[in-house]
Design a protein around this ligand. Structure first.
Ligand code: NAP
Length: 563
């Protein structure tokens, strides 16, 4: 038994080897891994149910824009037992799926719901993390795994007069659990990101009048959603393993093949048009990944794609002035996260929908009866804020995280996050982030799988070797941070800053501009972390804390503390 265990084990039932924050895809997957590896773990979840993103984002039209079979856990038994209803499942279906998996592996009992973590402090002498929650809950652990999600903390609008509005206000990422009706109402939607793009067509069908306030137009792909029939679903089950293998090696973690061509491989405009049209018809991310492989690298390729989309907007939207307003210009396609929608552009042909350009005519204030832009007054019964998230680091900033010697994570990251592999931070021993800042920007379940596998191996390795502490080195962290920046700089993505891309924090006023993700692709990231594991976790220092007793061999001591 460790010194800490003497003090805690019987008296404090809230001690586990691992405490995870979050019970979304990542938290649930981590619980399953810990169960398989015989480590005790709990997940602290702020919501009253599991699902993470799929618990909070229940706005009208919320659904995945990754195909169901790629946005999933890679468990053979689940693939065989679960049937998806649509190509892009809706919020409720995804949440049910996560619950199904949690129940199938019996990890729901390890989730503590309604526990919003407010602080996480490391005690070096005891090698112990103590987490406290808003309600005064206290949880201790050796290894602390934040699985906070990238898009968790809302970018809450701060317009003057917010409190004066007498109608209803909604935030897409904090949508009420009770039914919301817009029938007969005059509704405003502020924002035209991926959430708004899904919500707008639904709200437009119900509301008496919908006014959309747009700052930056997006390049919106048609999702081309459809129900899945029995034979397609059979095929998914038969090909589950192959799909997963393909996803792991695809640049973005999708079961797709690279296009196998670049801009220079196609000489004729007609042929290029045909390729883009095929991508458009397939829908969603097929346009990005199956047209030209250099869309994000070669300005000419990107310009061709962007022009194709602009032509589509002009074809679909009947009013030329509205079409022009909806047309993105001045920033490369994909340099801001490209959304997918269903009938998004078509919705602006409805009589009850209008579009207001708030880049030209900014919102000055929310008023008791609506809102005021620089040039006019609008009256509304409801305002929907679809204003996005303080991505990735936002969720860390909400928790008072302190590492060795009481150092605050917010201070360590005051100029932006620096991590090793998106997992470790020097000075924060045993804080092992599951998809933290600088982890890969890919289809998230694929990222989760790689990292959970790595974390599982790392913890088992420590256990076997009699170590109880892992800490990223400053050198490895500096190297990783430089690599992440260099990859980003080698693409067209930096230009997204002018369009407020959240990839580098540009959507949040005052947030330090720092690349928040590794954009090297699923294969490169997995190779990088696998190599680190193969070299005995090089870049992390494993050590024995003073809390481990000296009277036994490290292996015996750790084994005893887990018995
Ligand atoms: P978002 O893409 O960041 O969009 C926020 C929108 O609000 C933007 O149009 C932004 O304008 C506008 N905005 C923000 N602050 C504003 C202000 N003060 N005044 C006026 N307008 C303001 O956020 P999101 O739509 O919630 O999507 C975030 C991410 O979540 C997506 O990129 C995607 O990764 C994910 N998501 C995925 C799905 C899916 O898979 N199906 C669905 C929804 C969301 P600017 O562009 O000018 O900043």
């Amino acid at each position: 038994m460790s010194r800490h265990d003497h003090a805690q084990s019987a008296a404090d039932p809230s001690h586990t080897d691992v405490v995870i924050i979050g019970a979304g895809f990542a938290g649930v997957r981590m619980l399953i891994e810990m169960q398989r590896r015989g480590l005790s773990a709990v997940a602290l979840e702020a919501g009253s149910d599991l699902g993470g993103t799929w618990y909070w984002n229940r706005y009208p039209g919320a659904r995945t824009d990754s195909e169901a079979w790629s946005y999933a856990f890679p468990f053979e038994e689940i693939e065989q037992e679960w049937d998806w209803s649509e190509r892009y499942p809706g919020q409720q279906e995804v949440q049910r799926y996560i619950g199904f998996v949690a129940d199938r592996f019996d990890v729901r009992r390890s989730i503590r719901f309604g526990q919003r973590v407010t602080s996480a402090h490391y005690d070096e002498a005891a090698n112990l993390w103590t987490l406290t929650t808003q309600d005064g809950g206290r949880f201790t652990c050796t290894w602390f795994v934040p699985a906070l999600g990238h898009l968790t903390v809302p970018n809450e609008p701060r317009f003057p007069g917010m409190d004066t509005f007498t109608g209803k206000t909604y935030l897409t990422s904090r949508w009420p659990h009770e039914p919301v009706t817009f029938a007969g109402k005059r509704v405003a939607v502020i924002g035209t990101g991926a959430s708004a793009i899904q919500a707008i067509p639904h709200i437009a069908k119900e509301a008496a009048q919908l006014t959309v306030f747009q700052r930056t137009p997006n390049y919106v792909m048609p999702a081309q959603n459809h129900p899945l029939d029995a034979s397609f679903r059979r095929g998914l089950k038969d090909n589950a393993a192959a799909n997963w293998a393909q996803a792991r090696s695809h640049i973005f973690g999708f079961p797709m093949s690279a296009a196998g061509r670049t801009y220079d491989d196609v000489a004729s405009e007609e042929e290029r048009e045909r390729i883009f049209e095929e991508g458009w018809q397939k829908g969603g991310f097929h346009f990005v990944f199956e047209t030209f492989d250099d869309l994000v690298l070669d300005q000419r390729s990107n310009d061709a794609a962007a022009e194709f989309i602009r032509r589509k907007i002009r074809q679909i939207v009947q009013d030329p002035a509205t079409a022009e307003l909806l047309t993105p210009r001045g920033y490369p396609y994909i340099s801001k996260r490209p959304p997918s929608g269903t009938d998004y552009y078509e919705t602006f042909n409805r009589e009850n929908v209008r579009l207001i350009d708030i880049r030209k005519d900014p919102i000055e204030a929310i008023t008791p009866s609506g809102l005021r832009t620089a040039s006019r007054q609008f009256e509304f019964d409801a305002i929907v804020f679809a204003t996005g998230f303080d991505a990735t680091t936002g969720a860390y900033a909400k928790i008072d995280i302190r590492g060795r010697d009481g150092r605050r994570l917010s201070d360590a990251w005051s100029a932006g996050p620096e991590t090793f592999l998106g997992i470790g931070v020097p000075g924060f021993p045993n804080m092992l982030m599951l998809c933290g800042p600088q982890s890969p920007y890919i289809n998230i379940p694929v990222a989760i799988e790689s990292i959970v596998d790595w974390l599982g191996k790392a913890l088992t390795r420590m256990k076997e070797q009699g170590y109880d502490r892992a800490e990223a080195t400053a050198e490895a962290t500096a190297r990783w941070t430089a690599l992440v920046s260099a990859i980003f700089e080698s693409t067209l993505l930096p230009a997204g800053e002018s369009a407020n891309s959240w990839y580098l924090g540009a959507n949040i006023p005052g947030k330090p501009r720092r690349v928040l993700f590794h954009f090297g692709g699923a294969g490169a990231y997995t190779q990088a972390i696998d190599e680190v594991a193969a070299r005995d976790f090089e870049g992390f220092e494993f050590s024995r804390s003073p809390a481990l007793p000296l009277t036994r061999s490290p292996g015996e001591a750790l084994a005893a503390s887990h018995s």
